[in-house]
Write a protein that binds this ligand. Structure first.
Ligand code: GTP
Ligand code: MG
Length: 438
């Protein structure tokens, strides 16, 4: 049974204060102000918000999901092949229909391949953007530029529609994930890889993959993965990391950690069906020593990659694209145009971070109040001291003045006394004379 807090405003009005001595008609209400009462009540029936996830679920099914994945990497690493493998069919029928075993043509332009995938009534609109491989030339400076331009153009067209006054629902063509293909050298990242990844990592969710992993042994793959991750860490390249939520259950947490521990995913792609030893027909690559199955987790990480893209992290990839990568791009773009915006509005809100920020803000406010109070106190003390000093000086001056006056009066009296005494002597002398005359 749900409980609800009902907030009832107290019917007793706050007393009216009468400040004006002229207005004596209103009586002064002696009743003190009362806090609003909060009554806790148990609801007899459900309000219905427990059904919100179902509403969301229905709406999502109706709308369907959409995911745009881009593949980037040096020439001939199997990007187009992987896309065909993902869609489980050959994507360039006009070019390869005559000979199903023919090689895929070299990709020369950025091409998008889209498919609507339906699973248990849930529709996924998956678009994979194939890009021409780079690194064929002695000087590969700027060979990646068309790719970066394409990502920016997608952001620009989204921004343009978003800024329209009468916009209808926006078609999201932004890149939600970018698979970066690494040549299976078994050593470390190439300088060109580092350059291109750094050009991309602030614009897309970067997911590094080891191309043609069937050309390396199992041990070589493990060592290569470690050395790639060390390079990525040292070069401060941001790769996609799923957010951790506090309410994630233990099973989800362990599953995510296990999944992410396989990055960079070791990939094998194929447009051919092969027959396994036990007679199954599956996508794979056939070798004299055996068959490598694309969808066998013991053979490569293709299934794990597909799981991350579609099964477990589709929403997070889309959310990070919209809330972080696109917002950063948009802020920079608007700043270039001279428009400033409040970035805090678009930030992802993590309750723990928010709480920490609020605490820091509160402490800063307290510290400011304390320092302000200290400053006021010191100012007042200084003023008082100044006043005291001034009145002390005045007192001294008055004291000296009075002392001088007294001294002068004393001297005058002294003089008068001398004079009087002198006068009395003369009088006496005169008087004595007179006496003698009589
Ligand atoms: P560009 O479009 O030129 O950049 O090449 P790409 O990266 O699209 O490569 P593509 O898919 O055209 O494949 C190039 C070659 O690599 C083809 O001969 C594929 O059969 C082969 N190939 C693709 N994936 C794999 C793989 O996983 N293992 C092996 N051994 N070969 C692969
Ligand atoms: Mg290609």
């Amino acid at each position: 049974m749900a409980t609800v807090d009902v907030n009832i405003e107290s019917s007793t009005m706050a007393p009216i204060r009468v400040d004006s001595p002229l207005d004596t008609s209103l009586p002064i209400n002696p009743t003190p102000y009362q806090e609003p009462k909060i009554i806790k009540r148990e609801l007899r029936s459900l309000v219905g918000f427990a059904n919100l996830p179902n509403q969301w679920h229905r709406k999502s099914i109706k709308k369907g999901f959409n995911l745009n994945v881009m593949v980037v990497g040096e020439s001939g690493l199997g990007k187009s092949t992987l896309i065909s493998t993902l869609f489980n069919r050959t994507l360039y029928p006009s070019k390869t229909a005559r000979d199903p075993a023919a090689e895929l043509p070299k990709t020369v332009a950025i091409e998008a391949v889209t498919a609507d995938i339906l699973e248990n009534n849930v529709r996924l609109h998956l678009t994979v953007i194939d890009t021409p491989g780079f690194g064929d030339f002695v000087n590969n400076t700027d060979s990646w530029k068309p790719i970066v331009d394409d990502i920016d153009e997608r952001f620009d067209s989204y921004l343009e529609v978003e800024n329209k006054v009468n916009r209808t629902s926006i078609v999201d063509n932004r890149i939600h994930a970018c698979l970066y293909f690494i040549q299976p050298t078994g050593h470390s990242l190439k300088a060109l890889d580092v350059t291109v990844m750094k050009k991309l990592h602030k614009k897309v969710n970067l997911i590094p993959v080891i191309a043609k992993a069937d050309t390396l042994t199992e041990e070589e793959v493990i060592a290569f993965k470690q050395s790639i991750m060390t390079d990525i860490h040292n070069q401060k390249i941001d790769i996609f990391e799923p957010p951790k939520y506090e309410n994630d259950d233990e099973e989800t947490r362990v599953e995510n950690e296990e999944l992410m521990s396989n990055v960079p995913f070791a990939i094998v792609g194929s447009i051919e069906d092969v027959t396994t030893e036990d007679g199954r027909v599956t996508r794979g690559r056939s070798y004299p020593w055996g068959v490598i199955e694309v969808e066998n987790e013991a053979h490569c990480d293709f299934v794990k990659l597909r799981q991350l893209l579609i099964r477990t992290h589709l929403e997070e990839l889309r959310e990070k694209t919209g809330n972080v990568l696109y917002e950063n791009y948009r802020t920079e773009k608007l700043a270039e145009m001279g428009i400033k915006q409040d970035t805090s509005v678009f930030r992802e809100v993590n309750p723990a971070v928010r709480q920490e920020e609020e605490r820091a803000l509160h402490e800063a406010r307290l510290a400011k109040m304390e320092s302000d109070m200290k400053a006021v106190f010191q100012k007042k003390v200084a003023e008082k001291e100044q006043k005291l000093k001034k009145s002390e000086a005045e007192l001294f001056a008055r004291h000296r003045e009075m002392k001088e006056q007294l001294e002068k009066q004393r001297q005058d009296l002294e003089e008068k006394k001398v004079r009087l005494e002198a006068g009395r002597v003369v009088e006496e002398k005169k008087g004595r004379k007179g006496f003698s005359l009589r």
